[in-house]
Write a protein that binds this ligand. Structure first.
Ligand code: PEP
Length: 267
């Protein structure tokens, strides 16, 4: 069997609404200092709150770390009180955007169709979407996890063009019961869902297109100790990290573990 093309692991910090504006910039600067000597066989993306993005962008200057947003609206401009335009995200230096995080779906009523429109918006404005999917504990207990995740992917992508050229789209599998609970999915559960995601994508696009343009992330109680169980040549291409990304020290430990694991698996 031919090996899958090697992809630099993507490690995304989701800071949610956990930090202040100045605090976010300070932590970004701290991260930059701690990673300054690193060789960089990984790509780090920091997703602070909207109001913290400008300060974080400035703090990340001179590093290879990229800026991401935690959401985006589907239109560029208009009477949409409180929403954030993809154009503004680009203006401020964002390159990635988290879309359809379960907290938005569950707490703010974001539907599959809204998520789909946001994916199209991101792709159309040169933002790399990180599309979050994942089932509740109840759905898993009823054996519906695969159906739920396949539905989330199909409805988000059915009207979206595949990423153009070197563009990428990341699917982050985040079982809701594993987010912020300290109870991550087992490697077997996560890898089974990785295979389901890949199969669902292949049914929507061609195998070649999936290999070229789609990547996967695991998220849900990721720590330095468990992260390498999820990432590998036949597994996820990276991680979406919440709690363990808030303190630069613990986030850098996660990144260094991924880097060491990647080297062992690929060299
Ligand atoms: C998240 O909310 O995207 C997440 C993965 O959080 P945690 O790492 O805290 O489970």
């Amino acid at each position: 069997m031919p090996r899958r093309p090697v992809s630099t692991p993507l490690i995304v910090a989701n800071w949610k609404m956990q930090l202040g504006v100045a605090e976010s910039a300070e932590r970004a600067l701290d991260l930059k200092t701690r990673l300054s000597g690193a060789k960089g066989r990984f790509q780090v993306v920091v997703c602070p709150s909207f109001l913290s993005m400008a300060g974080v962008k400035k703090a990340l200057r001179g590093s290879t770390m990229k800026l991401g947003a935690q959401d985006v609206f589907w239109d560029e401009r208009g009477a949409y009180t409180g929403e954030v335009s993809p154009v503004n995200l680009r203006e401020i230096g964002a390159e990635y955007v988290i879309i359809g995080h379960s907290e938005r779906r569950q707490l703010l009523g974001e539907t599959d169709s809204m998520v789909g429109r946001k994916v199209i918006s991101a792709l159309g404005h040169g933002l790399t979407p990180i599309l979050c999917v994942g089932e509740t504990a109840h759905e898993r207990n009823e054996g519906r996890h695969e159906l739920v995740v396949a539905r989330q992917i199909i409805s988000a992508l059915k009207t979206a063009p595949p990423p153009m050229g070197n563009g990428r789209l990341y699917i982050a599998y985040e079982p809701i019961w594993a987010i912020g609970t300290g109870e991550p999915a087992s490697p077997e559960q996560a890898l089974a869902m990785h295979d389901l995601i890949r199969q669902t994508l292949i049914e929507l696009y061609s195998l070649a297109q999936v290999e070229r343009s789609f990547r996967t992330l695991y998220g849900g109680s990721v720590t330095a100790d468990n992260v390498n169980q999820y990432i590998g040549p036949k597994a996820y291409h990276g991680a979406l990290v919440g709690t363990a990304s808030l303190q630069p020290e613990s986030f850098v430990t996660v990144i260094k573990h991924i880097d060491q694991g990647f080297t062992t698996k690929h060299l």
